[in-house]
Design a protein. Structure first.
Length: 529
C-alpha cells in the first residue's frame, strides 16, 4: 500500500477517535444534568409531600368538617389528597388511588377549563366556576368550584378547591325557569291585570293586561308606588287597610275607584293575596284586577232606575187610593139615589122598571168590586213587611172552615202542608182565590177540591185540583192576565188570578195549570222554602 494512503487513513481514524471521546464527554455531561434534574424533581415532590405532611394535622380537621368535596391536586391535575365527600362525588373507591382530575372534565369543555386554569395560576384564585365532569361511573355532573393555588416559598406547587355538586340545583333552576316562563306567558296574555307589589306598595311586576288597563307601560309602572299612581286619599286608606290584612296572611276581594294615566275614572275589582318568600315571610302582595267600569255604570243606572221606580210606585199607590175613593163616592151616591127612587115610588113602578133598578144595583156592586180588586192588585208587592213563619196547614184548614161550600162539594188536604216564611195575608189570598174558583166552577153532582203537596229541593210545589167545568187549552195563559175572565158573572172581575200570580212571584215561585174541558182543572204553584 502507498505510504500516503496509510497516513491519510491513520489521520482519519485519529479524528474519529477524538470525535467519539468528545461525544462521550457531552453524553456524560447531559446525563449529569438529567440526574440533577431528577434529583431536583424528587426533592420538589419530597418537599411538597413534606409540606402536605406538615400541614396534614391542620388540614385533617378541615377535611373532617367540610360537607362539600375538598380536593388538592398538583399542577398537572393529579389528585394528591381528597376527603370522603370528594371520593363519593367523583365516584372513586377510596382516596388513595392515583387519579387525574383534569382527565375527568367533559372533553367539550377542555379548552374553557385550560383558559380558566391559566387564570387560576395568574391570579392565585378562581371562584364560582361551573364545569361538567364525568365520574368513574360515567355519570355526568355539573359542579361548582372555588379554587386557590398553594405556594411554597412563593412558587406555585399545587391547587386546592371546594367542589360542590349542583346538578340537581341546576335541573331545579331550569325547571323553575321553565315554569316561570310558562306562567309569565299565561299572565302576559290573560285578560286580567296582574300586579305584584312589595310591603311598601312599590310595584315589582305587572303584566301586559294591567298595563293596558292603567294606560301605563310596564317600564313606567316598575318601581313606582301603586297608590300614588292611581288612588286618591280615600283609595289610599283602602289600600293601607288591605296591605295590613296581607301581612296577616289574609286574602280577599274589594273594589277600587282609580284614575288611569289619561285621568279617566275607572272602577276595578281587585282580588288580593299575600306573597311569601322561601322562609314563609310576607314580602308583599299579588293582585288580580278586573275592570268593572261598565258594570259599575250599569249598577248605578239600575240604582237610579230603582229609585225612580220606587217613587213612581209610591205615587201610583197613592193615586190608586185617591181614584178608588173618588170613584166609589159617586157609585155610593148613585146607589143611594136608586134606593130613594124605589122607596119614593113604591107601588108605582111596574115590573120592567123594578128589573132595571135591580140591574143598576147589580152593576154598581160589580163596579165597586172591580175598583176594590184594582186597588188590591196595585197593592200587591208594596209595603212588604218582614216575612214570618206561616203554618200553611193551619191557615188553609181555618180558611176552609169559613169559606162558603155547597154540601155536594168536599175539600180535602191530602198531605200535611208545611211551614214557610211569607206574608200571611197574601198567602191566604192565594189559597182563598184558587179554592174559591174551584168551588165556583164545579158543575158535577158530587164535586171535590183536593189540595196536595210535593217537597222539592228549594221549593214546595202545591196543587189544587177540582172536577169542575175545566178550561180549554188555548185559554191557559190568558186567565192570568188582568181583567180577563172566561166566565162572565156579576162576582167575577178577571183580576183574582192576576193577583194570585203576582203574590206567588213575590214568594219566588211560579204558577201554571193543567186542565181538560169538562173534566176539571189542577192549578200548580211553587213557593220558596
Amino acid at each position: 500500500m502507498d505510504q500516503n494512503k496509510v497516513d491519510i487513513l491513520q489521520r482519519a481514524l485519529a479524528r474519529e477517535k477524538a470525535a467519539r471521546k468528545q461525544a462521550e464527554k457531552i453524553l456524560e455531561s447531559k446525563a449529569a444534568e438529567l440526574y440533577d434534574a431528577k434529583q431536583k424533581l424528587e426533592k420538589s415532590y419530597s418537599e411538597l409531600e413534606a409540606l402536605l405532611n406538615k400541614t396534614d394535622s391542620q388540614l385533617q380537621g378541615v377535611f373532617e368538617n367540610i360537607v362539600d368535596a375538598y380536593v388538592i391536586m398538583d399542577l398537572m391535575g393529579n389528585i394528591l389528597k381528597m376527603n370522603d365527600a370528594a371520593v363519593s362525588l367523583l365516584g372513586f373507591n377510596d382516596a388513595k388511588q392515583d387519579y387525574n382530575l383534569l382527565e375527568m372534565i367533559n372533553p367539550k369543555e377542555a379548552e374553557r377549563v385550560a383558559e380558566s386554569f391559566k387564570l387560576l395560576l395568574k391570579k392565585g384564585a378562581l371562584t364560582d366556576f361551573h364545569v361538567n365532569i364525568i365520574t368513574i361511573q360515567k355519570e355526568e355532573k355539573l359542579v361548582h368550584i372555588n379554587a386557590s393555588i398553594i405556594y411554597d416559598k412563593g412558587v406555585p406547587v399545587a391547587a386546592q378547591g371546594i367542589v360542590r355538586d349542583i346538578t340537581l340545583d341546576n335541573k331545579y333552576k331550569k325547571s323553575l325557569e321553565a315554569e316561570r316562563e310558562k306562567y309569565r306567558a299565561i299572565t302576559a296574555n290573560m285578560n286580567l291585570g296582574l300586579l305584584e307589589v312589595d310591603n311598601d306598595d312599590v310595584i315589582l311586576m305587572s303584566n301586559q293586561s294591567f298595563a293596558e288597563m292603567s294606560g301605563y307601560t310596564e317600564a313606567e309602572l316598575s318601581g313606582k308606588m301603586a297608590s300614588r299612581l292611581f288612588l286618591d286619599s280615600e283609595g289610599s286608606k283602602i289600600i293601607q287597610n288591605e296591605n295590613s290584612k296581607r301581612l296577616k296572611g289574609k286574602t280577599n276581594s274589594y273594589e277600587l275607584k282609580i284614575k288611569n294615566k289619561l285621568g279617566q275614572t275607572k272602577h276595578w275589582l281587585v282580588s288580593g293575596a299575600p306573597n311569601y318568600n322561601l322562609n314563609g315571610d310576607v314580602v308583599g302582595s299579588i293582585g288580580i284586577h278586573l275592570d268593572i267600569t261598565d258594570l259599575k255604570s250599569l249598577e248605578l243606572q239600575k240604582e237610579r232606575l230603582l229609585s225612580k221606580l220606587e217613587k213612581s210606585n209610591d205615587e201610583l199607590q197613592e193615586y190608586a187610593h185617591i181614584v178608588s175613593h173618588d170613584l166609589k163616592s159617586p157609585l155610593r151616591s148613585i146607589n143611594a139615589l136608586v134606593s130613594w127612587l124605589k122607596e119614593d115610588n113604591a107601588g108605582k113602578l111596574d115590573e120592567t122598571s123594578l128589573r132595571n133598578f135591580a140591574l143598576i144595583e147589580t152593576t154598581l156592586e160589580k163596579m165597586e168590586q172591580l175598583i176594590s180588586d184594582v186597588l188590591s192588585y196595585s197593592s200587591v208587592g208594596t209595603n212588604e213587611g218582614e216575612k214570618t213563619d206561616i203554618n200553611l196547614n193551619d191557615l188553609v184548614t181555618d180558611l176552609i172552615q169559613i169559606m162558603y161550600k155547597p154540601e155536594h162539594i168536599t175539600i180535602e188536604i191530602l198531605n200535611t202542608l208545611p211551614t214557610l216564611k211569607g206574608d200571611k195575608t197574601k198567602l191566604q189570598q192565594v189559597f182563598q182565590n184558587l179554592i174559591g174558583n174551584a168551588i165556583k166552577f164545579i158543575d158535577k153532582e158530587a164535586g171535590f177540591v183536593k189540595i196536595n203537596l210535593e217537597d222539592q229541593e228549594t221549593h214546595y210545589k202545591f196543587s189544587i185540583a177540582d172536577n169542575g167545568v175545566g178550561i180549554e187549552k188555548q185559554n191557559h195563559n190568558k186567565i192570568f192576565k188582568i181583567f180577563h175572565a172566561l166566565n162572565k158573572s156579576k162576582d167575577s172581575t178577571g183580576i183574582g188570578l192576576s193577583i194570585v200570580k203576582k203574590i206567588v212571584e213575590l214568594h219566588e215561585g211560579e204558577i201554571w195549570l193543567e186542565s181538560e174541558h169538562g173534566k176539571g182543572t189542577t192549578f200548580f204553584f211553587t213557593l220558596k222554602k
